[in-house]
Design a protein around this ligand. Structure first.
Ligand code: PHE
Length: 340
């Protein structure tokens, strides 16, 4: 009885028509699954008389091997065929595109540009490889100033000096040489300083410079512009304070602090308990700079400011190591989303 059944199943399997993937699955369900025909045979096998057990057992095992092999062969065939069919189907949707994200420095730079453009500032750029005149001499740096030393500046050639600009103030020189006032513009760009790389400093970083030159520009205009900027960038409750400072190209000069973006001014480790964070240098354009650029300092006055984009991004996002910006680790970069 049972041998006949085995024979019958084998015949069925030989004749079976398989034309699509589902047929292969049906074959598996009908014959090799837990409740399939072959398992039923194994159940019946218990009732077989001991003298026939050897022959019947072998027959069932052979049938099982035969069926499993057939199934494997068929599934492989339909899998290959299936993927070919999919490849050739011109109506299928395309592969999904993974969009990258903006770099955090680009997000912050764009935001700063946007804020100043609302105040009527245009955007200008200048070269990264500069001469001494545009970076130092025209900006009233005395000959013995330490920035003119190899220790602070990357020189490409000496005498005449060609160097990597150490600040975007060089673009001030270029814009004032080539444009008559009124001038109202900002200059974003990369700058280079011969510094040891650490969590707080890098030899390449980004600055945004601002310049406003017109008749009757006052220090009060500078302060109001910076207050507007700070509140737009860090929030309406942000306070600013200006501390006297020194730059060769501005007089008077100041450094600007904003109330700490983390604790709001009560004191925390980020602001070292002071409640204030320094974010930029600024001042009124020195008459000597106007003279270098052939602008009449009796007719015109102006203000300038310069800020580090990395520093602002670090404060805005709570980043504690500047090197993170340049490692291109997508796990870091993917955390920043922007509207731009
Ligand atoms: N150039 C200065 C710096 O790199 C910043 C600055 C710009 C200061 C404009 C005053 C006016 O530190």
């Amino acid at each position: 009885m049972i041998l006949e059944k085995i024979e019958q199943i084998k015949e069925e399997l030989e004749k079976i028509k398989i034309s699509k993937k589902e047929d292969v699955e049906n074959l598996r369900l009908k014959y090799i699954s837990k409740k399939g025909e072959i398992n039923k045979l194994f159940a019946d096998f218990k009732k077989v008389s001991p003298d026939k057990k050897k022959v019947v057992g072998k027959a069932i095992n052979d049938l099982k091997t035969f069926t499993v092999n057939k199934f494997d062969e068929l599934s492989k065939h339909f899998e290959d065929k299936g993927s070919d069919e999919i490849k050739n189907d011109l109506t299928r949707p395309g592969e999904p595109l993974t969009l990258g994200t903006r770099h955090p420095l680009a997000i912050v730079r764009n935001e700063i540009i946007e804020i100043f453009s609302r105040l009527g500032f245009s955007v200008n750029e200048g070269p990264e490889i500069e001469d001494d005149w545009h970076v130092f001499s025209a900006l009233n740096f005395p000959p013995e100033h330490p920035a003119r030393d190899m220790q602070d500046t990357f020189f490409i050639e000496r005498d005449p000096d060609i160097l990597l600009r150490t600040h975007t103030s060089s673009v001030q020189t270029r814009v004032m040489e080539n444009n008559a006032p009124p001038i109202r513009s900002i200059f974003p760009g990369r700058v280079f300083r011969n510094e040891a790389i650490s969590a707080r400093a890098h030899c390449i970083f980004h600055q945004i410079e601002g310049l406003y030159v017109d008749k009757n520009v006052s220090f009060a205009d500078l302060k109001q512009t910076l207050l507007y900027f700070s509140q737009e960038l860090f929030g309406k409750d942000t306070k600013i304070r200006l501390r006297p400072s020194y730059f060769p190209f501005t007089e008077p000069s100041a450094e600007m602090d904003v109330s700490c973006t983390i604790c709001g001014g009560t004191g925390c480790p980020i602001c070292k308990g002071t409640g204030w964070l320094e974010i930029l240098g600024c001042g009124m354009v020195d008459p000597n700079v106007f003279k270098s650029c052939k602008i009449d300092s009796k007719e015109y006055t102006g203000f300038a400011f310069g800020m580090g984009v990395e520093r602002i991004a670090m404060l805005k996002y709570g980043i504690t190591d500047i090197r993170k910006f340049y490692e291109n680790d997508t796990r870091f970069l993917n955390q920043f989303q922007s509207a731009w």
